[in-house]
Design a protein around this ligand. Sequence first.
Ligand SMILES: NC(=O)c1ccc[n+]([C@@H]2O[C@H](COP(=O)([O-])OP(=O)(O)OC[C@H]3O[C@@H](n4cnc5c(N)ncnc54)[C@H](OP(=O)(O)O)[C@@H]3O)[C@@H](O)[C@H]2O)c1
Length: 336
Amino acid sequence: MRAVVQDRYGPPSEVLAVRDVERPRPGPDEVLVQVQAASVHPDVWHVVTGRPYALRLMGSGLRRPTRRIPGTDMAGLVVETGDGVAGFAPGDAVFGETVRGYQWRNGGAFAEYVAVPAQVLAPRPANLTPAQAAAVPTSGLIALHNLPDADALAGRSVLVNGAAGGVGACAVQIARARGATVTGVDAGAKLDFVRALGADRVVDYEHTDFTRTGERFDVIFDVPGNHGFSACRRALTSTGVYILIGHDQFGASAGRWLGSMPRVLGLVARSPFTKHLPGPSVSMPDKGTSMAALADLAAAGQLRPVVDESYPLDEVAAALRHLQSGTARGKIVLTP
Ligand SMILES: NC(=O)c1ccc[n+]([C@@H]2O[C@H](COP(=O)([O-])OP(=O)(O)OC[C@H]3O[C@@H](n4cnc5c(N)ncnc54)[C@H](OP(=O)(O)O)[C@@H]3O)[C@@H](O)[C@H]2O)c1
């Protein structure tokens, strides 16, 4: 099969090449999927470049990537099921992440076929194309897992900082689906896109600092993390919660060893002393259940994935350059 392969860490244009490699075989509890579309996200860039270096200790491979084919998000058709797989059969249309745990490792999605743990897949909703479905998994899971649940959001005000990005676009729509009033913050040129996602109000970060308008929110869902917690606290209600996702602007705004981790861990350490910070989550939510929840939201028209541009597999470096440029409105997709 054809696949994007990397033998070492480095800039995408230098280390990624399309080659013919052996087709994977599904192991026990795995499903072999023929990939129809895959999508790129910032963590793909992190794993391809090997930065921050700490992620190499977290499963991606110390000196070189232990898995050579990048990509974690895909949609496709089931070709074969491994021993012990129930609930999927050849021909089924599915979508999901290709890795069981955190997505800081190569997942093999940038290829014609990938073997995926069955437990992390969901049936693709009939109203989504493969490209739209491939745009959902990582961004949708981060938004779903980090936003408060519907009981805590109904009737509340949520500010999503970085609302036009992959995670932000899902957060705007999921918060709306959970009954919140949503304010989306992003660059002026992207605000029509943010409105079209369903945001009730928009703020142009190039002209307005949302921490200084005097307005207060019940939840601040912060993807870029460009304001400190103390500044964001000014814009929270007395019971409001600050949720930092963290985006290191492709290595530009955080250290090369630990990336955004010190900032995130610093907030976790402060969380017992302030009601404005959620405590550490002790368990990883079940991905299969979460993918089913995202599929339900999409089937109900409450989560509408937007694809900005599709690239063929051979142009994977251009797709990552597009992501890094910050100009995308919606997700960038690869088609084998
Ligand atoms: N916490 C977690 O659970 C977790 C887990 C995995 C990954 N992550 C991280 O989550 C991030 C995912 O981000 P994504 O996929 O949404 O990225 P993305 O698609 O690049 O979107 C980021 C958005 O933020 C906007 N932005 C940049 N600077 C801003 C500012 N000062 N104010 C407001 N908006 C600003 C960007 O617009 P412009 O570029 O036009 O400025 C862009 O629209 C990654 O960095 C990943 O490492 C977090």
